[in-house]
Ligand binder design. Structure first.
Ligand code: GAR
Length: 194
């Protein structure tokens, strides 16, 4: 049986697109059954182009975060996912949402956590004058990028790197780490022969 994955994004979804193209040929028995966002994100087109269902649950500024989390949770639960993957999802999820789905929510992050948590990890690594940063895949908990680290890898910062050039190289590593983690979390079910 194929494991059902719901992906959440907020932006361009280039990592989502990489996942959608690599997953079917990875041998991992999983499929992305829906992609959701907190706004009409450009990356939703990657899913729509492949006939994958999409949904948007907007969080209006100053809105009720608990109610938003509840609505998002209901939407996701309808797809009966085994796993939720945050892929550039830039909103903090309310505690009730996290405890409802934990530990089946994972997140990719563009730094070598616990270094540079938060929404500007690549910019922060450059501003700190670091020699290297990295990419991580973690379990989502109540904190900001504080959950259990499932996989991570260092990425060197090169002289002249901009936020864009560095982030592009980090994303390549993130995509591979995510596949590695999915391979570990989603094991093929053994067929039984009498
Ligand atoms: C990725 O680098 C992802 O790790 C990061 O946003 C980028 C999304 O890129 N997420 C975070 O920073 C979460 N704290 P994409 O929209 O091109 O896939």
């Amino acid at each position: 049986m194929s494991s059902r994955i719901v992906v959440l994004i907020s932006g361009s979804g280039t990592n989502l697109e990489a996942l959608l193209s690599s997953l079917p040929e990875s041998g991992i028995p999983a499929e992305v059954v829906a992609v959701g966002a907190d706004q009409e994100a450009a990356g939703l087109e990657h899913a729509r182009a492949r006939g994958i269902e999409t949904f948007v649950v907007p969080l209006v500024q100053g809105g009720d975060r608990e109610a938003w989390g509840q609505q998002l949770g209901e939407m996701i639960a309808d797809f009966e996912p085994h796993l939720i993957v945050l892929s550039g999802f830039m909103k903090l999820l309310p505690e009730a949402f996290v405890s409802r789905f934990s530990p089946r929510i994972i997140n990719t992050h563009p730094s070598y956590l616990p270094e540079f948590p938060g929404a500007h990890a690549v910019r922060d690594a450059l501003a700190a004058g670091a020699n290297d940063t990295g990419a991580s895949v973690i379990v989502v908990d109540d904190g900001v990028d504080t959950g259990e680290i499932l996989a991570q890898e260092r990425v060197a910062i090169r002289p002249g790197d901009t936020e864009d050039t560095l982030h592009s190289r980090i994303k390549i590593v993130e995509r591979q780490l995510l596949l590695d983690v999915l391979r570990t979390l989603i094991t093929p079910t053994k067929e039984h022969h009498d």
